[in-house]
Design a protein around this ligand. Structure first.
Ligand SMILES: *[C@@H]1O[C@H](CO)[C@@H](O)[C@H](O)[C@H]1NC(C)=O
Ligand SMILES: *[C@@H]1O[C@H](CO)[C@@H](O)[C@H](O)[C@H]1NC(C)=O
Ligand SMILES: *[C@@H]1O[C@H](CO)[C@@H](O)[C@H](O)[C@H]1NC(C)=O
Ligand SMILES: *[C@@H]1O[C@H](CO)[C@@H](O)[C@H](O)[C@H]1NC(C)=O
Length: 726
């Protein structure tokens, strides 16, 4: 269980809490535990009475809290029961036969729907019989009450596809999912609610919203449960709650809700890191909820499975690692994670060879398209570590679906050994095509577009307000402040900014005739004061602060991660009052492109840029080298050939976001690395003309060119931390 045995040195700051040394950690005192159990019982009964009223006998749905031998739950197993998925004799039983789960995580929201079947077939070819997926609440309810279940959010179609391909499903319904996904799957609008919600807790205001959401989600799942003829054999409650808190009332409430929608027979489960402390805090005692564990290759599985048993009723503890790490996530600024294929396979063998069950995390990682990547924090909230756009994860099925690699082969060999039937043949890797260099042109400078805004879209307030309060949940928000230069100092200080603020000033009476001049960048992780060049401006100065939301924290105590400027702003000692906030309205994954002057200029502008306007832009560019701007270009795919996947290489560009045919393919930051290329799946592309639009925050590549290439590249930038390698 020692850290040094694992592939990575720093698991504790991510979703994946591995078994930690428990000796050093304080345990709940017995007394406190007893008291909280009593309160839990009391509260649960109360909740049940409220939830079920007179409709159901009170005891039937009661999640058994106390003993392992609750008579209400002891029933005879119907092992010949076709159409049932059950737990007994420390095994899973499917249709009356012992069943070993050999599963893998594959998240529908990280793969284009056109590729769901392709990726599932590859998972099947590796020998997997089960797919585990999270459900991200934020993708499904981007605005309060606006529910989305289409496109990449078409969960029901995904589940039916799994069934068609004879794959079972373990569904991780949340509401919190971690997942290296913005805010752990919570909608950002939860952060705008006043008084502030206590996420992941029994705060009644929070629970009420969860109830509403699950009231929509779970009725869609109910007909797809295995006992009802669907693929879903287990439904997870919360995620690794033991790494976060010990609010059992919250967990019990989720169980009650789930049972109310899904009935008594479905196996509900929790997943926690394989340490006693995690399990004590995150599991629900008794036999109403099955406790599963997760851990890495490198940790001996069977001692952890033995521990798992202590948290399940007798005979109700089939050993399962519900997140067996096949790789690891990577943050911007790190070396790309790599774990050894044979090593991973060896530890999988240790589980499967003794009839243990395992779910590979990830079987196929996919991509954090749009603005949905999550982030971690270190020791404090300013130690901010955003995740890459790619979620390749060093998984056996690579980001573009490739399976011709050592890890896929090694894991497949192990699975084959313990599978009765022979595995389906392995599909070939898909063809990738480099469509070559794509010449772009600058279509607009951000600051030239500000005049085109409808004043109604500008929010004004005394103090700067957060993105969530403004209602701009993702992307960028521009804070504008005007002041008489002579009356103020020059030391700009913003104590709290999430996550990265580029600062510009303009002086209409100065040299640059009012053109905003770049002053510097204030970052959450290296916050410093900037010195503004005010002193000689005779007229008023306008201060522009462009703040990027780089992805909300998805794990740990700093989960409540609001974005934008979150403190007062100071010039020397003076607090600045009287702000304007202007939304920069980019669309996220699965959203329609917005109509706004900015988007218009960014997307279609380049076809209409007149020769004189272009000259003007070129002329200006000598003084605007660090000014955020839009660039657009096209490339053509000839009609006789099949359209293939590609990658766009951002070599020589600074930092920004990119759209292909209006699809937000995510963030690039090659100067920081390690990701240099963004994956572009073929379904985004089309025969004939394809359009690339880039919002570059800093400096473009000097030739204004990007390259469409046929492979990923994770070797660029100034990545500084240790290689994640054995
Ligand atoms: C695994 O399960 C099978 C079928 O139930 C059984 O025959 C076998 O002895 C088990 N192996 C181990 C190592 O427990
Ligand atoms: C200059 O800014 C101040 C606020 O600091 C404002 O009251 C004044 O009207 C501005 N002057 C002009 C000429 O815009
Ligand atoms: C660029 O800046 C220089 C000095 O600051 C100035 O002389 C020149 O006119 C500016 N050019 C444009 C296009 O604004
Ligand atoms: C896509 O790949 C196929 C298979 O190699 C190839 O024949 C075709 O030319 C490629 N398409 C394009 C547009 O290059």
């Amino acid at each position: 269980m020692s850290r040094s045995g694992g592939p990575i040195g720093s698991h504790s700051h991510t979703c994946s809490s591995t078994a930690e040394s428990t000796a050093a950690k304080p345990k709940l005192s017995a007394r406190k535990r007893k008291r909280s159990t009593k309160m839990t019982v009391f509260f649960t009964v109360l909740v049940l009475l409220l939830a079920f009223g007179g409709l159901v006998p009170v005891f039937a749905p009661l999640p058994s809290l106390s003993s392992h031998k609750s008579p209400h739950h002891h029933h005879h197993y119907k092992k010949m029961n076709v159409g049932k998925f059950e737990i007994d004799e420390d095994m899973f039983w499917k249709d009356g036969h012992p069943f070993q789960i050999i599963g893998g995580d594959l998240h529908y929201f990280r793969v284009l729907p056109e590729y769901w079947e392709d990726r599932l077939l590859r998972a099947k070819a590796m020998g997997l019989n089960t797919i585990q997926t999270y459900v991200p609440w934020n993708l499904h309810e981007p605005k309060p009450g606006k529910l989305v279940f289409k496109g990449i959010a078409d969960l029901v179609s995904f589940l039916k596809l799994c069934q068609k391909l004879d794959l079972l499903v373990m569904l991780r319904a949340g509401p919190y999912i971690c997942a290296e996904w913005d805010l752990g799957g919570f909608p950002a609008w939860l952060l705008a609610i006043k008084p502030a919600l206590k996420l992941r807790s029994s705060d009644p205001a929070f629970l009420q919203l969860v109830e509403k959401w699950w009231g929509v989600l779970l009725p869609k799942i109910a007909p797809l449960l295995y006992d009802n003829g669907g693929p879903v054999v287990m439904v997870q409650i919360e995620n690794e709650f033991g790494s976060y808190g010990d609010d059992k009332v919250y967990l019990h409430h989720l169980v009650t809700l789930a049972r109310a929608h899904l009935g008594e027979d479905i196996i509900l489960y929790t997943t926690d890191g394989g340490s006693r402390e995690n399990l004590e805090k995150g599991t629900i005692r008794g036999d109403a909820v099955f406790s599963a564990v997760d851990f890495s290759a490198g940790e001996e599985p069977w001692p952890i499975f033995k521990l798992q048993k202590e948290f399940n009723a007798p005979g109700k503890s089939p050993p399962i690692c519900s997140e067996f790490y096949t790789g690891w996530l990577t943050h911007w600024g790190e070396k790309i994670a790599k774990t050894d294929a044979d090593y991973t396979a060896t530890f999988l063998r240790k589980i499967l060879s003794q009839n243990g069950s395992a779910v590979l995390y990830m079987a196929h990682g996919g991509t954090n398209f749009g603005f949905y990547n999550g982030a971690n924090t270190g020791a404090d909230e300013s130690d901010y570590q955003p995740d890459l756009t790619s979620y390749d994860y060093d998984a056996p099925i690579k980001e573009a679906g490739d399976v011709e690699n050592e890890k896929f082969n090694a894991l497949r060999r192990v699975v084959q050994t313990y599978s009765a039937a022979s595995l389906p043949s392995v599909p070939r890797d898909k063809m990738k095509t480099g469509y070559g260099p794509i010449q772009l042109q600058k279509t607009a400078l951000l600051f030239d577009l500000l005049d085109t805004f409808d004043p109604a879209d500008v929010v004004e307030s005394e103090n700067p307000i957060s993105m969530e309060t403004v209602g701009q949940m993702f992307g960028f928000l521009l804070y504008v402040y005007e002041y008489a230069g002579k009356d103020y100092g020059t030391g700009l200080h913003i104590p709290k900014v999430h996550d990265r603020a580029q600062v510009f000033v303009s002086c209409p009476s100065g040299d640059n005739s009012g053109r905003p001049t770049y002053v510097g960048t204030i970052e959450r992780w290296s916050n410093q004061a900037l010195s503004l060049p005010n002193a000689r401006c005779a007229s008023n100065i306008t201060l522009y602060i462009l703040v990027e939301n780089m992805g909300r924290v998805n794990f740990g105590q700093y989960l409540f991660d609001e974005k934008g400027i979150l403190s007062s702003v100071y010039l020397d000692e003076k607090t600045l009052h009287g702000w304007k906030m202007i939304s920069i309205p980019f669309h996220n994954l699965n959203e329609e492109p917005k109509t706004s002057p900015i988007i218009h200029a960014a997307y279609s502008g380049f076809t209409k840029v007149s020769a004189s306007a272009r000259k003007n832009l070129e002329h200006k560019s000598e003084n605007t080298s660090k000014e955020p701007a839009f660039y657009a270009g096209r490339f053509s795919i000839d009609k006789v050939n099949q359209v293939n996947d590609t990658y766009i290489s951002f070599n020589g560009w600074g930092k920004g976001i990119a759209f292909i045919n209006e699809f937000n393919i995510g963030r690039f930051w090659p100067s920081f690395g390690p990701q240099c290329n963004l994956y572009v799946p073929a379904p985004i592309l089309r025969h004939g003309e394809n359009i690339v639009v880039i919002f570059e925050l800093e400096s473009p590549n000097s030739e204004l060119v990007v390259h469409s290439v046929d492979q990923p590249d994770f070797m660029c930038g100034s990545s500084k931390s240790n290689v994640h390698q054995l």
